[in-house]
Design a protein around this ligand. Sequence first.
Ligand SMILES: [Fe+2]
Length: 435
Amino acid sequence: MDELTYYETLDGRENAYTINAQSLKFGAGVLAELGPDAVRLGMKRVAFFIDKNVDGTEPAALAKESLRREGVDFEMFTESRVEPTDRSILLAGEFAQKGAFDGFISLGGGSVIDTAKAANLLASYPDDLMAYIYAPLGGGKAIPGPVMPHIACPTTSGTGSETSVVSIFDLEERRVKAGVASPLLRPTLAVVDPTTTHSMPAGVVAATGFDVLSHAIESYTARPFSSRPRSESPDKRPPYQGANPYADIGSLAAIRIGGRNLVRAVNDPEDQQARHELMFAATLAGQAFGNAGVHIPHAMATSVSGLRHTYRASGYECEHAMVPHGISVVLNTPAVFRFTAPAAPQRHLEAAAALGADVDGADPSEAGLVLAGAMIRMMKETRLPNGLKEVGYSEEDIPALVKGAIAQKRLLLIAPREVTEENLAELFKKALRNW
Ligand SMILES: [Fe+2]
């Protein structure tokens, strides 16, 4: 669908999109202002969620010093799990409920920030976690009101959790990703200090960086908001609304900046500028997908990271075996973009061009191939696994993978074209090996 249709008001079609902009502070060294930020938000006693690998780094020391200087009392929680589970979330919830806190700070990757969001919810409005998990996996209970203030400080340039409205975790017994989604979960303030990425291992830069690119390209290629049926009332508009003119700006810019910097940031640990720029791309992409949404690659990823835990990724050696989120997403993208391109060839070509691919003279019918090719080139240059086979899957797993992905209705709904179980089976098969 062409961009102009954004402004054609079609009978029965959505005529509006809403943007809940994120309060954001960005800058090298800005964690040293965390104390005044906490005071301004009325925090006196803080539940401080920190990644154990980040605790002990200089940015973390600056953050704590700043809180102490302002007289803000805090208690640390270092037990957030990488790729959280319902069990690890409940542990964090218990900590949050017992501590009589009036505010939350998270300093770490998406897992730490997501854990803090869920713990904040459980402390603000105690209830069974399953009740809050979105349908059909959980009860889909609406959050009763505002939760406590939360300052989210990302240390990986990837997930966008600091600006997103979701908290995602594994349901251990059902081996699938689930979560809670509500605008009320969006952190009150995002404090983005790119110096936190200096100590990040190359493998983590790669995994999280490809997550950024996927967020941006999926947001840009999502079905347009104006193609959805009109919402019965303003509060019925879903958090993921589809591509829209506001999100497009951030998505395209993030693809461009990510395309220029991802390979550099992975392959040269001294290239701080590339890491800083990647952090900015992550912020832009996070804001874009926060209202536009992500689609098929992320829906497939929920199965890929939920089902089998045998893979050990470079850069995550000290963690349990698992497929890091960004890898579980990006391995699906070549197959998916070839499948979705016929629905929006121009957008797929624009995304490929923003990544740096030569699209001169490319026919719209080649859009999927061109975009998939650009992704594969970057995946090779950063030594990513060649498809789902290398992270532990085979053809026999496809029915189970499809079962998990098809349950992600809120993501599949904004895919550029309709997706059946048969389509997903075919996509998983193709994603087993990308080149
Ligand atoms: Fe993601």
